[in-house]
Design a protein around this ligand. Sequence first.
Ligand SMILES: Nc1ncnc2c1ncn2[C@@H]1O[C@H](COP(=O)(O)OP(=O)(O)OP(=O)(O)O)[C@@H](O)[C@H]1O
Length: 205
Amino acid sequence: MDLVVEDLAIARGGIPVLEGLSFALGPGEALVLRGPNGIGKTTLLRTLAGLQPPLAGRVSLDRERMAYAAHADGLKATLSVTENLAFWARLHGLRDIAPALAAFALDPLAERAAGQLSAGQKRRLGLARLMVTGRPVWVLDEPTVSLDREAVAMFAEAVRAHLAGGGLALMATHIDLGIEARVLELAPFRAVPRAARDGFDEAFL
Ligand SMILES: Nc1ncnc2c1ncn2[C@@H]1O[C@H](COP(=O)(O)OP(=O)(O)OP(=O)(O)O)[C@@H](O)[C@H]1O
């Protein structure tokens, strides 16, 4: 298993949001996180990405093998589409950015500065970046935001190819991508507020 989560509890801004989470993902598998706004999807992904420590539990993941796409696309505004991808490819020891350009229909925009792309085009470039990392574990936070229907299909195809190549993907998304994926509904793992756990109310009865 490339990603194992055991009895994880996480907090945001000092307030516990989720607890008792356990799941595992192996090569070729995808897991979709579902739950209402504010349940803790982003917090969970940030924890897995190593941006914040868990309250309790364990995450087993080699972060050198992980590519994380957060809400922000992390693009260099003054560099062109090609330069952005080439930068990331070089960083990860890869050379060929052509498949990533083609997968997200970025060829016609290849010379445009990333800062001058539309929101959806920026998102396409941000997702194309995943491909040039060559990393097997994709951790994705609302990857389809700003994408039109065609671009969502491009993304779904990229994920499908990634899984077929032995990669794995964990993502928070409300959209049905039409890919084979397990769904983890987070509502049952909502953290119990401390007052309720400590019997705080009972003390006043
Ligand atoms: N920077 C922050 N500081 C403090 N609390 C935060 C911060 N960001 C989010 N929260 C709170 O943490 C909880 C979990 O937020 P999170 O962003 O993980 O939810 P989410 O499931 O990703 O929501 P959404 O579907 O709206 O993106 C929410 O109650 C939110 O208000």
